[in-house]
Design a protein. Structure first.
Length: 106
């Protein structure tokens, strides 16, 4: 089992930092490349940019919960929810250029 996980492309989990404007202030968010690829796809599906999507999401979390104690973790879970809602099981293949999810038939 570990060989499947261990053989993944290191580029997919390389941390990437992007500057985003949240509440009018520029901040940096550091996520793995695979999560940025999913956020890019999610934003595109919503007809917006990744920066605007992340900023809007941050604003909505503040309205609903009053704070965002671990926003980067929330973004990772957002990516998982998006992939799940697309009908792609957590263990599947994807043709996305930056995402190589695991093959379901282990």
């Amino acid at each position: 089992m570990c060989r499947i996980y261990a053989s993944q492309d290191p580029n997919d989990y390389e941390p990437i930092t992007r500057s985003i404007r949240l509440n009018g202030l520029t901040t940096s968010i550091r996520l793995e490349a695979a999560f940025w690829a999913i956020l890019d796809e999610l934003a595109e599906s919503e007809g917006t940019t990744t920066g605007r999507f992340v900023s809007t999401l941050h604003d909505e979390v503040l309205i609903r919960h009053g704070e965002t104690p671990n926003f980067t973790s929330m973004l990772r879970v957002t990516c998982l929810l998006y992939v799940e809602r697309k009908g792609v099981p957590a263990v599947a293949t994807a043709d996305h250029p930056r995402i190589k999810l695991l093959h379901a038939a282990m």
